[in-house]
Design a protein around this ligand. Structure first.
Ligand SMILES: [Zn+2]
Ligand SMILES: [Zn+2]
Length: 249
């Protein structure tokens, strides 16, 4: 990765943003962590802050919210990352509630057994006092699991938006290896993101002269392997698809 002189520490370790490509527009120093540019602005805390960790574990150094390098994926990724952060907070709260309610149920059971009343009614009351927090704990556990799942789904949407963004910016399309390098993720994750985009008909697949599979976005430069020129009917259909999709770009 190309580096330039860091304005803060002077080392030749400043890496310009993958999205913008010029040091003037923003980037991050790999030596001192100096960060600049709007593309480093956190979608959660709004600070220009560096990213710690990589891939799905990449978080804002200031607020700890999930981040994507260079804010790739634009507004759709930002919105999905905010959803992810909220769902993660809900999951944590529900997990804490599970532990507290579980502990309360245990304590209530122990006290109940120690002072166990002789009457049937008394035993029922003790039983209910221990059972209610247990049921609440089970409900909280279910909520925590659901929140973790929606956080994972939001993360998936954010990273797919980023992958589509990268594929759109690159004129000749992007390979899984290039996407992995740009987003700082594992090659397998990049492959999964690009495959998902293709399944959802968001990207085209070309096989270049180098036999590498390239994924690209845009109706103008689609090349289909093993097919002749598209028929008029298909062209009309593609134009309609492009028109339908253009407002979200
Ligand atoms: Zn530096
Ligand atoms: Zn932040």
């Amino acid at each position: 990765m190309a580096t330039s002189t860091c304005p803060a520490c002077g080392a030749d370790a400043f890496v310009a943003d993958a999205g913008t490509g010029t040091a003037a527009e923003g980037g991050q120093c790999s030596r001192c962590g100096y960060t600049s540019g709007e593309s480093s602005r956190c979608p959660h805390c709004n600070a220009v802050a560096r990213i710690e960790g990589s891939g799905l574990a990449a978080v804002c150094a200031m607020c700890g919210g999930p981040r994507i390098p260079s804010n790739l994926g634009g507004d759709s990724a930002r919105g999905a990352l905010r959803e992810q952060k909220k769902a993660l907070a809900n999951a944590r709260a529900a997990s804490v509630a599970t532990v507290l309610q579980g502990a309360f149920s245990t304590i209530a059971t122990l006290i109940g057994l120690a002072i166990l009343p002789a009457s049937i009614l008394g035993k029922l009351v003790v039983f209910a006092i221990a059972l209610v927090p247990l049921l609440l704990a089970m409900r909280s556990r279910g909520r925590a699991r659901a929140a973790r799942e929606s956080a994972a789904h939001a993360a998936e949407r954010a990273w797919q938006a980023a992958a589509e963004d990268v594929a759109t910016r690159r004129k000749g399309g992007v390979t899984a290896a290039e996407l992995a390098a740009t987003l700082g993720i594992e090659a397998a994750h990049a492959d999964k993101l690009l495959t998902a985009l293709t399944v959802n008909d968001r990207t085209r697949i070309d096989v270049g002269d180098d036999a590498e599979v390239r994924y690209s976005v845009g109706a103008d430069r689609r090349v289909r392997v093993g097919e002749g020129p598209p028929a008029d009917e298909e062209l009309a259909d593609e134009t309609a698809t492009a028109e339908r999709e253009s407002p979200v770009r």
